[in-house]
Design a protein around this ligand. Structure first.
Ligand SMILES: Nc1ncnc2c1ncn2[C@@H]1O[C@H](COP(=O)(O)OP(=O)(O)OP(=O)(O)O)[C@@H](O)[C@H]1O
Ligand SMILES: [Mg+2]
Length: 357
């Protein structure tokens, strides 16, 4: 599917196949085309080329109200002059459903979102999280085949967002409807999704499960957009079995698992996540049968974050981000401070090659 706005190609030849009942996310930076893609699925925008199929039926030319695809927008869009109960009942009344059936359906969904006690309130009497729950209930009450959610939690504070994430997950489990979730927040996408499509400038950069996207990013863009990482750029100077040696500029040679089967002479970017790198005052004890990467370094920057401490370590010309979790009481651990001479080290298996030239 492709969508252009003048000279700009907002969605660039994207093909997605989403399983029934799946929790699928579109993740990408601002302006990459997530909302445009969602609007085409919802029927609010026409693709310039490509077709949309829902359970085998071509719905590309159907208006929004004739596809069983509902959208929850970021700004709730509840009717301010109607009670919560009437907001949820609205589409059912419009469809001329018998009164008893409407009551049964609305009451059931109110119970599911735990808002039964608030049924007779008006939207402006609810908190942000409650309003969002009502918006989701309203979109779900007449059982669409697909629910589209466009950054539904963006307006909520962190705690409420975390709470709503769990609720969304529960709701998805209960209703078994296909969810298509748009976000630029990698944490949200990772915690909810069966699969994630990472979008960059209108095209799909990678489509995989959350762990695969984090641990085996398909490109430099994905590696840096999902979480923090360090890149080491260099040339392969030796290949021994499954492993290779990368000569970097301004950094000592690195041993790495040759996951891309690259040959001597090829250039590569190696991504090593901060939490994979250990920092200690003494060098690590040699491991049997393994050659680990050990680099004498200097501590440049320390940021205490409660759950972990972040250290920026200088070795050669590079400043490498590392992360040390506080699994034991902080004061029991060896204290590393600014300008300390330390060792940073990681196992060759813990890097991942992201781009080769
Ligand atoms: N109606 C329109 N007319 C012209 N350009 C548009 C229109 N709608 C979107 N665009 C452009 O298309 C691109 C993609 O926009 P889109 O809203 O899909 O991004 P997004 O990924 O949802 O971003 P965000 O995370 O900020 O919501 C942007 O460059 C935007 O300016
Ligand atoms: Mg958007």
């Amino acid at each position: 599917m492709t969508k252009r706005f003048g000279a700009l190609t907002a969605v660039d030849d994207v093909t997605l196949s989403i399983a029934k009942g799946e929790f699928f996310s579109l993740l990408g930076p601002s302006g990459c085309g997530k909302t445009t893609l969602l609007r085409m699925l919802g029927g609010f925008e026409r693709p310039d080329s490509g077709r949309i199929y829902l359970e085998g039926k071509d719905i590309t030319d159907l208006p929004p109200n004739q596809r069983r695809v509902h959208t929850v927008f970021q700004n709730y869009a509840l009717f301010p002059t109607m009670t919560i109960w009437d907001n949820i009942a609205f589409s059912l009344k419009l469809a001329k459903m018998p009164k008893a059936e409407i009551e049964e359906k609305v009451d059931a969904i109110l119970e599911m979102i735990q808002m039964t006690d608030h049924a007779w309130k008006y939207p402006n009497q609810l908190s942000g999280g409650q309003k969002q729950r009502v918006a989701i209930a309203r979109a779900l009450v007449d059982r669409p085949q697909v629910l589209l959610l466009d950054e539904p939690l963006a307006a909520l504070d962190l705690k409420l967002r975390q709470h709503m994430l769990i609720e969304l997950d529960t709701i998805h489990d209960q209703v078994g409807i296909t969810f298509m979730y748009v976000t630029h927040d990698q944490g949200e996408a990772m915690s909810l999704s069966d699969r994630i499509a990472v979008i960059n400038r209108g095209h799909v950069e990678q489509l995989d499960g959350p762990a695969k996207i984090y641990e085996a990013p398909a490109s430099r863009f994905v590696a840096s957009f999902i979480g923090d990482t360090n890149f080491f750029s260099g040339e392969i100077v030796a290949v021994e079995g499954d492993y290779c040696t990368i000569q970097c500029t301004g950094f000592p040679a690195i041993r790495a698992f040759n996951d891309k089967n690259l040959a001597v002479g090829q250039r590569v970017d190696l991504s090593v996540r901060p939490e994979k790198i250990r920092v200690t005052l003494n060098p690590p004890l040699p491991e049997k049968g393994a050659t680990i990467n050990v680099f004498p370094s200097t501590v440049r920057e320390i940021v205490y974050q409660g759950v972990y401490t972040k250290y920026w370590i200088q070795s050669g010309d590079l400043r490498v981000a590392t992360l040390k979790p506080h699994s034991r009481f902080l004061l029991d651990q060896e204290s590393i401070t600014w300008n300390d001479k330390v060792y940073m080290w990681w196992h060759p298996d813990d890097g991942y090659m992201v781009e080769s030239k």
